[in-house]
Design a protein around this ligand. Sequence first.
Ligand SMILES: O=C(O)CCC(=O)C(=O)O
Length: 293
Amino acid sequence: MTEQLHQYSTPDPIREFNVECALPDSDARQALREDGVVCLRKAHDPGWLSLVEEGIEQALSGGSEDVDIVEKAKDTGRFSYSSQAWQQVDAFRRAILDSRAPDLAFALLDSDSMNLFYDFLLIKEAGTANANTPWHQDHAYYPLHGVGVVNCWTALDPIPMETALRFWAGSHREACLYQAANFAGDSDYRHVRSDRPIIPEIDSDATARILAAELEPGDMLVWDSYTFHSAPGNTLDQRRAAFSINWASDAIRFHDVPCLASYRAPELTEGSAMTCDKFPLVRTRAQAAGESS
Ligand SMILES: O=C(O)CCC(=O)C(=O)O
């Protein structure tokens, strides 16, 4: 327990890069490759943040087909999340496709093309101290073969250290998938793969280097979908919200195993490339080269 408190109060900083006027460079790519996470300061401007807020209003008032609003036992605030809302919520579609979001992600991917995988909205209102996020790898939930999904997670509110995400530096490097954690915490995840190793005791592992960063609205964390991360509940008296966009590289293929509906599309079969209406092709290297020449 002492170790857990120690690690949570003194994580190392995530390497950071200011991208207000430029796309991520080779140093940012190297940081992501080595640590499994990187922080992009000023990734999005106030106009983009307002667009996302417009989308939140639509999504939470019935616009999103896949939304959950829960109140955890002993919490007074709402914990809301929504996935794949871009297909119904026009403000999200514009924030994802008609913005610099694809260029920021593509600059970090070692890939000739990039597909949109899904968007994810996460809001922990004040009074959600029990809405903690256990250690997990995003990829453990995906029906995908290959390595090359990045989660681009933008803070919509100031996020101080008390409520910051934590990352286990370098935990993506072996490309080993562990079992998916159940976010409800009381039983196994519905689609758990019990042939995979169980999640190690990261909080009590003195050798695990933990990284975190305080964020301002518009700052973005980008992480590899194999990187272990976790987050505390919201113990503060202010909203803690983020909007994330998950992108897939050309190395990713569909794997036809049981999973959440958000991650599958009827057109996809075992081993197929991702491109379809739900997971559109958004960038190609050829197109990017053509535009810059
Ligand atoms: O912010 C959080 O509580 C969790 C975010 C997260 O784990 C994710 O988006 O994968």
